[in-house]
Design a protein around this ligand. Structure first.
Ligand code: SF4
Length: 390
């Protein structure tokens, strides 16, 4: 019997789809090849924005068109929050709502070089614009010991880079009495002889302590790459969002990184157009972001999420056209920051992990501080590290 899994959304979803496929293959199913008709298609959905919901529905329509005889099962975050809506779609045979009270281990196996390793799930923060805590439940995690055992398995299977993924990974340890820095220390000292790299996923600013930054600066394996959600550069808007920090804490974290890791990659999530983001607060937001010595901005446009507290708050609404304009402005700011970052890293020695060849047959890979490099293809160098001279 042939099975296909169609995955939408975040790295966590990809890790979970990969784990699900492994389990199905272990039980005798066969992965359907591209273009091959499947007997079973599973759609693993995302619900982070309105657009994500639309993409889920489009994927379901497409899957039915491409697999007329298949059984179609829909799961994931959209299925968790809107099971009836999905079950009402003629294309769908079954909706499976994942449990949100147990930790289901998972790691992605689809990429030879890099593996997304799920280390945490759920969230207790309830930011007022976000539906994820309702889709993924409360914050939970496995033990440091079991994550390290999985990491050893992944490295033993040939992966060279482990990307730590979850919903709020800085909150690791909530269900085991351990801490995120305990996990990082253990992953930095795995009893594995060959070179390996650990890349940290998104960490909330209030959970990214100076101790963690210092550990990364001194570590042998953890990449100097930080992904930090800011979401707004206005303290009033951060309060409206129920975020757990203000702009001065955020700046203090960025300055701390730049002090000990001047060439670290710092990627920052920025959301624009949330309710309450008046023109004045937007101007403050923009000035703050422009003043930050970071590498890149990941810009998201706010979309109303059913069931979130922000919809019950009496706040001015930012028109869609203006949300789009503000998003464009931040994309431009991001472009200049990335160029400045690349220029600042000129002449700095970097170690590249070569991953494979692109559509033009050129080999590509990423440095520890997430700069993409390319070179003529050499089959023997795929999935190996190379230190490039300054
Ligand atoms: S920290 Fe906030 S934005 Fe992130 S998943 Fe939790 S509730 Fe959502």
């Amino acid at each position: 019997m042939k099975v296909r899994i169609v995955t939408l959304g975040c790295k966590l979803n990809f890790a979970e789809s990969s784990a699900l496929m492994n389990e199905l293959v272990r039980r005798g199913w066969e992965r359907a090849k591209p273009g091959e008709n499947a007997d079973l298609v599973i759609v693993n959905t995302c619900t982070v924005t309105d657009t994500a919901d639309q993409k889920d529905r489009q994927a379901i329509h497409r899957v039915r068109r491409e697999n007329p005889g298949a059984r179609i099962v829909v799961t994931g975050c959209y299925a968790r929050l809107h099971p009836k809506e999905i079950a009402a779609m003629v294309e769908v045979d079954r909706v499976v709502r994942k449990r949100d009270d147990v930790f289901l281990p998972a790691y992605s196996k689809d990429d030879r070089t890099r593996c997304f390793l799920k280390v945490q799930d759920g969230c207790n923060y309830f930011c007022t614009y976000c539906a994820i805590p309702y889709a993924r439940g409360r914050s939970r995690n496995p033990s440091v010991e079991s994550v390290c055992a999985q990491a050893m398995t992944v490295l033993g299977e040939g992966a060279k880079e482990i990307v730590l993924t979850g919903v709020n990974i800085g909150d690791f340890g909530r269900s085991t009495g351990e801490t995120f820095i305990d996990l990082l220390r253990a992953l930095d000292t795995l009893p594995f002889d060959a070179p390996y790299r650990v890349r940290i996923g998104s960490v909330e600013p209030n959970l990214l302590t100076a101790e963690i930054i210092d550990l990364v600066a001194r570590s042998a394996h953890i990449a100097p790459h930080f992904h930090i959600p800011l979401q707004s550069g206005s303290d009033e808007v951060l309060r409206i969002m129920n975020r757990h920090y203000d702009t001065s804490l955020f700046r203090e974290r960025v300055d701390c990184i730049r002090r000990v890791l001047p060439h670290a990659f710092i990627g920052v999530d920025c959301m624009v157009g949330v309710r309450g983001e008046t023109d004045e607060r937007w101007e403050a937001y923009l000035r703050f972001v422009e003043s930050l010595p970071v590498s890149q901005l990941h810009v998201f446009t706010y979309s109303e999420r059913e069931g979130t507290r922000m919809l019950t708050m009496d706040l001015p609404v930012v028109p869609a056209k203006e949300r789009h304009r503000r998003s464009q402005v931040l994309h431009q700011v991001s472009g200049s920051k990335l160029q400045a970052f690349y220029a600042a890293c000129e002449g700095v020695p970097q170690t590249v992990l070569w991953e494979g060849k692109n559509d033009h047959g050129v080999m590509y890979g990423f440095s520890e501080n997430y700069i993409r490099h390319s070179r003529p293809y050499d089959r023997l160098r795929v999935n190996t590290f190379e230190t490039l001279p300054a």
